[in-house]
Design a binder for this molecule. Structure first.
Ligand code: GLC
Ligand code: CA
Length: 565
């Protein structure tokens, strides 16, 4: 074969092999939207998703075996919580090798198969990059600790104590106690914002920065489409180690409350994010941020002043609305919608009590779970689902201290019970252990798995799962939901949350009854440019009805309709 022929052939092959992804989510659309702006993301906690070798712990082959399920659900990208080699003190958030897979979860070959299977199903892979700290068993730290003159000494944050038995300052670990641990061999303290086994990397050292940036490239080359960046707030500390101001009272772990102004959200964080972004841009990759912000200005900063930091900083302020309050939700959405960046909505994750419990009233939990799904999946922006949310999975909290796996739950019991409850195995069917594993799973499934599982809910058109599937299918095909503007409707209504998504003269109206009473709402869309319109139902709960521009909703009812003229 001639050289030219060969290169045409290999170019064709490259196009064909990338086809399933580009078919589902073109890189940039007519609006200039990128693939991740149209994608639905889904967080997988790998220990708990699917166990292929029946050892009680989920693994990559398990994830691979469920790609078809994820595709049918309407997922375009999965973010896998850390699956790298790790002593598992913080269940993977303590990484001992950034460029490998923990044997518990499989091998790099399994990873490659997962990427390939994802591609076949139009699903991209996002990894979790634990940027702030490594494990104390990482070779970098093992060397760093070995002597004051070790090659990696300056890869971590080492300081002398203030005096005998006194740490360098008053900074506390978010997981309890001082953030400084003395290493008796070299008689210096190292800094760890999280567990003792999670020493903070020294991002002021350019060699550390390079090693970390190179790691992202390494994974991009392996087929990863982006990263969720863990704990970005904590990347830098004040080099002068100024004490944090002490506030009244103690936290759940018994430490004094402090205002963390000298070891969190330092401006240098943004320099690093810009560098990570420049690398990501070379691979059309996305950066998602674990961005805990207390106001919209802080969130705005994470996008970067020139769209040059995180494309997708998560809006956790949305999750602070813990009750079904239309006025509060309207306020939050209006803020992030006007912020200039692309909104990112989340209602649950592996660190938060599941939305089913947070919003549920104990009587109408399934209806509320359907409503919450219909809500955040129809907003303007990218949603990140949490595995099992589509089933109405509930928290299964430990009842006794001795059952707790998450170390903060053991330190803080009973005030702080840890995060096990929201990390239980995915509920696939009504068999033992919800079909997750034939072995005893690392965490127990709640009794409600008998009714709340994929198999059962697939057969019920009114299940939480069926609602998620319908809404996700609509979201992928309806232009107003894909690209449309967001406009709040009936803004004085304290019970029914309504909004219009409109695009090029077409619109979809969403009405969600967030109250326990039946409600009838009327809409006048004239001022939105849709005079004398009617509504055609697209997705609705069984008791919802529409007449002209009046919508009647049962308690926690959902109506999504197309505006017809
Ligand atoms: C993030 C993770 C959390 C982890 C912590 C330390 O907050 O979401 O699960 O414990 O970082 O890595
Ligand atoms: Ca396993």
């Amino acid at each position: 074969m001639s050289k030219r022929c060969y290169s045409i052939l290999s170019a064709l092959l490259a196009i064909v092999s990338s086809f399933p992804l580009s078919a589902q989510s073109k890189s940039v659309d007519a609006e200039g939207h990128k693939w991740w702006q149209h994608a639905v993301f889904y967080e997988i906690y790998p220990r708990s998703f699917a166990d292929s070798n029946n050892d009680g712990i989920g693994d990559l082959k398990g994830i691979t075996s469920k790609m078809a399920y994820l595709h049918d659900l309407g997922v375009d990208a999965i973010w896998i919580s850390p699956c790298f080699p790790s002593p598992q003190v913080d269940f993977g958030y303590d990484v001992s090798d950034y460029e490998n897979i923990d044997p518990m979860y499989g091998t790099l070959a399994d990873f490659d198969s997962m990427v390939a299977e994802g591609r076949k199903n139009g699903i991209r892979i996002i990894l979790d990059f634990v940027v702030n700290h490594s494990s104390d068993r990482h070779q970098w730290f093992v060397d760093s600790k070995s002597s004051r003159t070790a090659a990696h000494r300056d890869w971590f944050v080492w300081r002398d104590g203030k005096g005998p038995g006194q740490p360098p300052n008053n900074w506390t670990s978010t997981f309890g106690g001082s953030a400084w641990t003395l290493d008796p061999a070299t008689n210096q303290y190292y800094y760890h914002y999280f567990y003792v086994e999670q020493p903070d990397l020294n991002w002021r050292n350019p060699v550390v920065e390079k090693a970390m940036l190179d790691t992202t490239t390494w994974w991009y080359k392996r087929g990863v489409s982006g990263f969720r960046l863990d704990a970005v707030d904590t990347l830098f500390e004040d080099p002068k180690l100024t004490d944090n101001p002490v506030l009244p009272g103690k936290n759940k772990l018994g430490d004094p409350n402090t205002e963390e102004i000298h070891n969190k959200k330092l401006p240098e964080v943004h320099d690093v994010l810009k560098k990570l972004r420049a690398v990501a841009d070379q691979s059309d990759a996305v950066l998602i941020g674990e961005t805990w912000t207390s106001n919209i200005d802080e969130l705005k900063e994470y996008y970067g002043s020139h769209d040059n930091e995180l494309q997708m900083p998560m809006d956790f302020m949305f999750t602070t609305v813990d009750k079904l309050s239309p006025p509060e939700f309207r306020r939050q959405i209006a803020q992030v919608d006007a912020a200039g960046g692309w909104p990112v909505f989340v209602i649950s994750n592996h660190d938060k009590v599941r939305s089913y419990n947070r919003y549920g009233d104990g009587k109408n939990n399934d209806a509320i779970a359907r409503l919450m799904g219909a809500f955040y999946l129809t907003l303007r922006g990218t949603p990140i689902m949490y595995y099992g949310e589509e089933l109405g999975m509930e928290n299964n909290d430990p009842k006794r201290k001795e059952d707790v796996k998450d170390p903060i739950g053991r330190t803080g019991w009973p005030k702080e019970i840890g995060r096990d409850g929201e990390r239980t195995p995915m509920q696939w069917n009504s068999d033992a252990n919800a079909g997750f594993s034939t072995a005893k799973p690392w965490l127990p499934v709640p009794p409600s798995y008998k009714t709340h599982n994929v198999a059962k809910e697939s057969d019920d058109p009114n299940s939480v799962l069926s609602m998620y599937k319908k809404v996700l299918a609509l979201r992928h095909t309806n232009e107003a939901l894909i690209d449309g503007n967001y406009a709040a409707l009936n803004e004085d209504d304290p019970n029914v949350m309504s909004y219009l998504r409109s695009y090029k003269g077409k619109a979809v109206l969403v009405a969600l009854n967030m109250s326990s009473a039946s409600k009838k709402v009327s809409f006048n869309l004239a001022e939105k440019g849709f005079g004398s319109a009617g509504l055609k139902s697209l997705v609705a709960t069984p008791g919802a009805s529409v007449k002209g521009m009046d919508v009647s909703l049962e308690p926690y009812g959902v109506f999504i309709g197309e505006v017809v003229r």
